[in-house]
Design a protein around this ligand. Structure first.
Ligand SMILES: *[C@@H]1O[C@H](CO)[C@@H](O)[C@H](O)[C@H]1NC(C)=O
Ligand SMILES: *[C@@H]1O[C@H](CO)[C@@H](O)[C@H](O)[C@H]1NC(C)=O
Ligand SMILES: *[C@@H]1O[C@H](CO)[C@@H](O)[C@H](O)[C@H]1NC(C)=O
Ligand SMILES: *[C@@H]1O[C@H](CO)[C@@H](O)[C@H](O)[C@H]1NC(C)=O
Ligand SMILES: *[C@@H]1O[C@H](CO)[C@@H](O)[C@H](O)[C@H]1NC(C)=O
Ligand SMILES: *[C@@H]1O[C@H](CO)[C@@H](O)[C@H](O)[C@H]1NC(C)=O
Ligand SMILES: *[C@@H]1O[C@H](CO)[C@@H](O)[C@H](O)[C@H]1NC(C)=O
Ligand SMILES: *[C@@H]1O[C@H](CO)[C@@H](O)[C@H](O)[C@H]1NC(C)=O
Ligand SMILES: *[C@@H]1O[C@H](CO)[C@@H](O)[C@H](O)[C@H]1NC(C)=O
Ligand SMILES: *[C@@H]1O[C@H](CO)[C@@H](O)[C@H](O)[C@H]1NC(C)=O
Ligand SMILES: *[C@@H]1O[C@H](CO)[C@@H](O)[C@H](O)[C@H]1NC(C)=O
Ligand SMILES: *[C@@H]1O[C@H](CO)[C@@H](O)[C@H](O)[C@H]1NC(C)=O
Length: 503
């Protein structure tokens, strides 16, 4: 167990937010709604887009990854206390197939002090576990800040890990015999678990680069309160085979040589190898740095940071958070802002205190605002907002603590085909039949049949188009027992519920 900071938000209020949760008749799930604030008419006309999110915080009963569609309906939630808490749901490719990836472990990534003591897991489209990735020699196994399957081979993954190490912190006003939270990343072969590359901030980044002070993020006096000087929160690999490492607490992206581990250059922060050409090219407390071609990087610029003490220390460095696309000029050693993705249409730009993401998705860009549990989708060319939504109700008192979301990703029902091994669920209450199927993405309609015994319900009563996570239909005409069959658009039978009594 380690004390951490950064993604730790503020657990000061009791769990009083259950009133906002959406509940169902046919499922025990209780989830926050996805509230749509704006949908451009051109955006997702067939409603096939899916959002992958991992909400956490005091308003979240069980931190669990979830999939919503672009109408705001839940498609899937893993509310399984047996697997612990989860973070960073994403769709990646493994063994030639689309897979869901996430971090799983003890501790609540958004609302508690423990982080990182888990594993990175890969699930197939039937929601079955296919692989675990465990960091080696990290104090608490795999940390939840990064889990990227390395393209194009897709046979290895990059994960983060932490170790507390003794360190002389006197140069920044701390103890000579102090403790440092060493933030590491490892590239691991998924099949064998072998570490292919191992790198740590302590070995390469001087203390002088930190932008935090002692006590912002623990004071370094004991192994339980190690000083988190760098805080690696994303790692990407470029086509040269080198790494792009984001240090939240140094405001810097590091290009790390995959052969010798040396830092090739720094972008941003205290000792940047590239000069900003304009003030708005700079970024602060950033997350989710990704290459977009040879000299272009996207990054979520939080513009602010919140640290875990109660009351929290909040450092606001810029007026608002945004997704940024930056162009590096290797010849002149400058960098410039080429695109900026800013919320609009129901959301006012504001700083984010933690977390966040920017995903280039075809001709669109998906921005997740972390401690502001917002999602915006932009046109890549014009930067215009096409879609704007909030996880939870449209209520700002729930932001920065009650609901936050580490990263937001987009996919579609044609890429990810969720085929759970469970059966659809049915409930009959007061003359109404309710049916749902957690995780199924292909259901177009449900056929309701009835019968006189618990062993057979083969008299078709009606077929009803699926309307969302839960579809309801009249129980009129029941002969005593009922069953629902889930059908795809082409009429293929996908699954069926148990036969239940309507008495
Ligand atoms: C969301 O809340 C804000 C602030 O209360 C309000 O201005 C806005 O109209 C709301 N938007 C929607 C779509 O409810
Ligand atoms: C998509 O969803 C919107 C909003 O719920 C709805 O108005 C529209 O009819 C849907 N389109 C299709 C093709 O189902
Ligand atoms: C690796 O994954 C990427 C997308 O995540 C995909 O484009 C590529 O085809 C995959 N490569 C292999 C060998 O599966
Ligand atoms: C993954 O790890 C869990 C917990 O340690 C274990 O139960 C499971 O068998 C592992 N699965 C695979 C596919 O490695
Ligand atoms: C990775 O590096 C860290 C820091 O130097 C070290 O403590 C750890 O043992 C290394 N892990 C492996 C698997 O080499
Ligand atoms: C930045 O670097 C200079 C020396 O290069 C140092 O004096 C300063 O304390 C560093 N840190 C910050 C946060 O500016
Ligand atoms: C950290 O906080 C403690 C308690 O408030 C205080 O005594 C100490 O001086 C602070 N240390 C630093 C380096 O700010
Ligand atoms: C450091 O933090 C710990 C835990 O909050 C506290 O008990 C201790 O007094 C602090 N020490 C200093 C020198 O600030
Ligand atoms: C990476 O490290 C290797 C071994 O030290 C060195 O030969 C190579 O030039 C370095 N690459 C870059 C881009 O610095
Ligand atoms: C700044 O980075 C350069 C390498 O780019 C390094 O040689 C130098 O020591 C660094 N300066 C400070 C003050 O850390
Ligand atoms: C670079 O960014 C810093 C911090 O935002 C700003 O103070 C400075 O003016 C910028 N430089 C240029 C050339 O705009
Ligand atoms: C570098 O700067 C020089 C002088 O301003 C300019 O002529 C040249 O085009 C620049 N190179 C690039 C690649 O931008």
């Amino acid at each position: 167990m380690k004390l951490l900071s950064a993604t730790v938000l503020f657990l000061s209020s009791p769990r009083v937010f259950a009133i906002y949760e959406v509940t169902y008749h046919s499922s025990p799930l209780a989830v926050q709604p996805l509230t749509i604030l704006y949908r451009d008419p051109s955006y997702d006309p067939d409603n096939t887009t899916l959002f992958l999110v991992s909400p956490t915080g005091t308003a979240i009963e069980q931190p669990a990854p979830a999939i919503y569609d672009s109408t705001g309906q839940l498609v899937c939630q893993w509310a399984d206390p047996a697997i612990g808490n989860t973070n960073d749901l994403n769709l990646q490719m493994y063994a030639g197939k689309p897979v869901l990836t996430m971090w799983v472990g003890p501790g609540n990534p958004g609302a508690g002090p423990e982080v990182g003591d888990g594993t990175a897991q890969i699930y197939d489209e039937t929601y079955s576990l296919v692989a675990n990735i465990s960091a080696v020699n990290g104090a608490g196994g795999t940390d939840f800040h990064e889990f990227q399957i390395v393209q194009p081979e897709n046979t290895s993954a990059i994960v983060t890990a932490y170790n507390e190490v003794p360190a002389d912190l006197s140069s920044i006003g701390g103890p000579v015999q102090g403790w440092y939270l060493n933030t590491m990343f490892q590239e691991i072969d998924i099949a064998s678990g072998r570490v292919l590359f191992n790198w740590s901030a302590f070995d390469h980044i001087p203390l002088s680069e930190t932008q935090i002070t002692l006590n912002d993020s623990t004071n370094g006096t004991t192994p339980e309160t190690p000083f988190d000087a760098v805080h690696i929160n994303s790692v990407d690999k470029d086509t040269d085979g080198h790494y792009l490492v984001s240090g939240r607490h140094t405001w810097t992206l590091y290009k790390v040589n995959a052969t010798d581990g040396n830092i090739i250059w720094r972008l941003g922060g205290n000792n940047s190898s590239f000069a900003n050409t304009t003030a708005d090219a700079s970024f602060f407390w950033q997350h989710h740095a990704r290459w977009q071609g040879a000299d272009t990087v996207t990054v979520f610029d939080d513009g602010a940071a919140g640290f875990g003490q109660v009351p929290p220390t909040i450092v606001v460095t810029e007026p608002y958070a945004s997704g940024k696309m930056l162009q590096l000029n290797e010849q002149n050693k400058t960098f410039e802002l080429v695109k900026r993705f800013v919320p609009s249409h129901g959301l006012s730009p504001a700083p984010s205190l933690a977390e966040g993401s920017v995903e280039v998705y075809g001709s669109q860009v998906v921005v997740g605002y972390g401690s502001n549990p917002w999602i915006t989708v932009h046109d890549l060319a014009t930067q215009k907002v096409l879609f704007s939504a909030v996880i939870g109700p449209n209520n700002s008192s729930l932001w920065h603590g009650a609901i936050s979301n580490y990263r937001a990703f987009q996919t579609t029902k044609s890429v990810f085909v969720g085929q759970p091994k469970t059966s659809p669920s049915i409930a009959v209450e007061s003359g109404t039949v309710y049916v749902s199927w957690n995780g199924a993405t292909q259901v177009d309609r449900y056929a309701l049949s009835t019968g006189k015994t618990a062993s057979k319900a083969d008299h078709l009563l009606r077929t009803v188009t699926r309307t969302g996570f839960e579809t309801e239909m009249s129980a009129t005409g029941s002969l005593g027992y009922m069953q629902v069959v889930a059908l795809a658009a082409d009429g293929k039978v996908l699954g069926w519920t148990a036969i239940v009594s309507t008495a």
